[in-house]
Design a protein around this ligand. Structure first.
Ligand code: ADP
Length: 481
């Protein structure tokens, strides 16, 4: 493999080192080797980046550019990403550990689609005219929120950057983006493309660094108008408190513990596929993973036996091999945390049907894991494991199911498997979650909103809904007297 150049910080369309001169190492989780070093941004670099974003917002070409031209730039980003998709797919796989088949077939197409979608939306953002009382002309302007701080996680590094940047740029905001310290490489590479696409200086600034330093500085900076965060619920609470000091607008996309519910009247083989996809996609490092697998008692044993056979056949290993189906967990911390949860589950009385151990002596690989004999109050059923560990929980009837499915602090997503269409729609309404998949799982489209109920956060990304996050409404009254 050719040696990678150290990553830098992007401010005002210029690459620079951290003011402190510090760098941190970026690891390939499949080999535990250092991939490269990256400049370690902290409060001083965030401050410079925010000033650049503020200048770009208040003056210069971005402010005066037509919405259609903004759309054209976003389209060029999509085209450039498409042109370089293989390089991005490989880099993402190296840095994150996810299989190349997934970066090629999910991360890249979805990222490209997100930029395309918001390119098309840029010139369709507008206010209303309002029929107010009296002799007035009243209309609304939908204006950009301003300077936005975006903090993203490591599980879909490029895709999360696309979800954040697409709508922010379509609306005319300027951005300081902080990638996760584990996975900064594709976001930095995207910086190159943004410049090539014609984005003016200061519109997007990218500052790699750690959460408590760079992340916290972004969440508290007085010149940041809005903070958009994706990550764990615990850190989301911290970010909200930090942003609260200046009453910044905040949107949070946080953890989940999704129920994936299989009724006896479902197409069992399709549901087994759905359960596999629900928990083993992206090594289970997915906030909407179907980690609580509710099985109607009658089919519990048959279903688990089929799922076990499939899980044991999964190809786990070298993420760069196109045949690989599950790669490495992102870091040693995650690896240990996940195995720790398996032990916790066992001590609470759960039984390991399969997996629960490392898959290889080197690299952070874990075997696809199924726990049975779990009840919904156990820690493994209540806390987000964020790994390839599914908890099978039996249920008696629909009433018993609904109560348990909603018995969680989270509410990001749910899956329902049944051939009874009435039951599916009733449950879709009853479950407190932002996305419901019926006879499918982990489906995404740039046009369809995504976000949480309860402690899974608030605000909706994707679709036209994300425009709400990045705009504010102004009411203008004009006397006609
Ligand atoms: P995980 O716990 O799964 O690693 P986090 O929620 O910690 O995920 O990380 C998501 C993002 O939040 C990362 O970019 C990380 O650097 C950032 N982050 C972590 N701690 C803080 C913090 N105290 N303030 C702001 N951002 C943070």
């Amino acid at each position: 493999m050719k040696e990678m150049k150290p990553g830098k910080i992007l401010i005002n369309n210029e690459w620079c080192e951290a003011q402190s001169g510090k760098r941190f190492s970026v690891i390939n989780p499949a080999t535990e080797q250092i991939l490269t070093e990256v400049a370690e941004g902290d409060a001083a670099d965030i401050d410079r980046a925010v000033q650049a974003a503020r200048n770009a917002f208040e003056q210069g070409p971005w402010k005066t550019m037509s919405a259609r031209e903004r759309g054209r730039i976003l389209n060029r980003v999509a085209m450039l990403l498409d042109k370089h998709k293989e390089d991005f797919a490989e880099l993402e796989t190296l840095n994150n550990g996810k299989p190349i088949s997934e970066t090629r077939n999910a991360d890249l197409p979805l990222s490209i689609e997100t930029f395309e979608y918001y390119a098309g939306l840029a010139d369709k953002i507008h206010g209303d005219t309002i029929p107010v009382n009296g002799n007035f002309f009243n209309y609304t302007l939908r204006e950009p929120a301003g300077v936005v701080g975006q903090i993203i996680p490591w599980n879909f590094p490029l895709l999360m950057a696309a979800w954040k940047l697409g709508p922010a740029l379509a609306t005319g905001c300027t951005v300081v983006l902080k990638p996760a310290e584990q996975t900064p490489l594709t976001a930095l590479k995207l910086g190159e493309l943004l410049m090539e696409a014609g984005l003016p200086p200061g519109v997007v600034n990218i500052v790699p660094g750690f959460g408590p330093t760079a992340g916290a500085a972004l969440a508290t900076h007085p010149e940041v108008d809005k903070v958009a965060f994706t990550g764990s619920t615990e850190v989301g609470k911290t970010v909200m408190k930090l942003a609260g000091d200046h009453l910044k607008r905040v949107s949070l996309e946080l953890g989940g513990k999704a129920p994936n519910i299989v009724f006896a009247d479902s197409d069992i083989d399709a549901a087994v596929n759905g359960a596999m996809r629900g928990i083993f996609f992206n090594q289970g490092e997915v906030c909407c993973a179907g980690s609580r697998l509710f099985l109607e008692e009658r089919i519990h044993d048959e279903f688990l036996s089929k799922l076990k056979t499939r899980a044991e056949k999964m190809i786990v290993g070298n993420p760069l091999d196109p045949k690989t189906q599950m790669g490495a967990q992102v870091s040693e911390d995650q690896f240990r945390k996940i195995l720790g949860y398996v032990e916790k589950g066992k001590s609470e009385g759960a039984k390991v049907v399969t997996g629960g151990i490392p898959a290889q002596p080197q690299g952070y690989f874990i075997k696809p894991t199924i726990l049975e004999g779990v009840n919904n109050r156990m820690k493994v059923a209540q806390e987000e494991i964020f790994g390839p560990v599914v908890c099978a929980i039996p249920f008696k009837n629909q009433e018993d199911l609904s109560r348990q499915a909603n018995d969680t602090v989270y509410g990001l997503s749910a899956g329902i498997w049944t051939r009874d269409i009435g039951k599916a729609h009733r449950l879709a309404k009853e479950i407190k979650a932002g996305t419901i998949w019926v006879n499918c799982y982990n489906c995404f489209d740039a046009a369809s909103p995504f976000g949480g109920f309860k402690q899974s956060g608030f605000g909706r990304e994707l679709g036209k809904y994300a425009l709400e996050l990045y705009t504010q409404v102004k009411s203008v009254w004009v006397s006609l007297d």
